[in-house]
Design a protein around this ligand. Structure first.
Ligand code: FES
Length: 134
């Protein structure tokens, strides 16, 4: 059996594992390839994503943010340090509890290490009251 990125994603989807210590293959991937194909998927309702905060969708491994009123962003919830799932955003910061990295809710940019790479981002649009992957 080949060790392809697709196989790795399928495995992550099947297990739904969020903790780094329980998903060693995800932890070692560096996060850049941890972005699933979610085109057309409704991630959240706009009313469920607070301004300055966000919503973590654990089973999809996505975090949706609203850095300013009416502006919605979505990122992979896989930390680019070792792949742990980040926490629900607060105060316009997405934090990873594993080793303390912090990311901006407007760009996914790493604000504090040890992570240096930004969170992988999704292009999203608002359709009705839903935030949808474009
Ligand atoms: S895995 Fe997120 S800071 Fe290390």
């Amino acid at each position: 059996m080949s060790e392809t990125g697709l196989g790795r994603r399928e495995m992550l989807g099947a297990t739904g594992v969020a903790a780094c210590g329980l998903a060693l293959s995800a932890c070692g991937s560096g996060g850049a390839e941890a972005k699933p194909n979610l085109k057309g998927r409704v991630l959240a309702k706009t009313a469920d994503v607070p301004v300055g905060g966000g919503k973590l969708i654990e089973d999809l491994r996505v975090v949706v943010t609203q850095p300013t009123q009416g502006v919605f962003k979505a990122f992979s919830s896989a930390c680019t340090h070792k792949g742990c799932q980040v926490s629900t955003p607060r105060d316009n910061v997405i934090r990873c509890a594993c080793h303390g990295s912090e990311f901006a809710t407007d760009s996914g940019k790493a604000l504090k290490g040890p992570a240096t790479a930004p969170l992988a981002s999704f292009v999203v649009k608002v359709e009705g009251d839903g935030i949808v992957v474009a």
